[in-house]
Design a binder for this molecule. Structure first.
Ligand code: HEC
Length: 121
């Protein structure tokens, strides 16, 4: 009985950890980093998307992604394929399309904006 209980709680632990990893795109290092990196939409994110994602994702919403204003950008960034696209992960189309990958700093800025709950300003 004791053994069965141990195995059961072990499975539970593994399941819990596995679940956390898949639902939380941030690893622990990034959570720590995002304590000191606190980008907001008005000062940081709008500049990035209007420089790098227009016109494809403003006037026309390619791939169903629109970054023309705060609410649209937030809705887009809430989808896991958003980060996957800018990190050139295999689960999404690499963005910005036909251009170089964003710098690590810019990607981290966007990740921390998401991690910190999409502050507007
Ligand atoms: C030159 C035009 C162009 C630029 C610039 C561009 N995109 Fe895209 N994007 C597209 C097109 C076209 C699609 C749809 C691709 C498809 O479905 O085949 C797309 C799709 C996407 C998708 C959905 C990917 C998927 O796999 O479902 C995301 C997320 C995305 N773009 C984000 C961005 C972001 C963020 C930027 C700026 C950093 C950006 N894009 C810049 C043209 C562009």
């Amino acid at each position: 009985m004791k053994k069965a209980l141990t195995i059961f709680s072990l499975c539970l632990m593994i399941w819990a950890c596995g679940d956390k990893e898949s639902s939380d795109p941030a690893d622990n290092n990034m959570v720590t980093a995002c304590d000191s990196i606190t980008p907001n939409y008005t000062d940081n994110i709008s500049v990035v998307v209007s420089n790098l994602c227009t016109p494809c994702h403003t006037t026309s919403s390619e791939g169903g992604i629109n970054v023309s204003n705060y609410n649209n950008t937030k809705a887009a960034a809430q989808q896991s394929r958003f980060i996957a696209a800018i990190k050139h992960e295999s689960s999404a189309k690499a963005m910005p399309q036909g251009q170089a990958k964003l710098s690590d700093n810019t990607i981290q800025l966007i990740e921390c904006w998401i991690e910190n709950g999409f502050p507007e300003n």
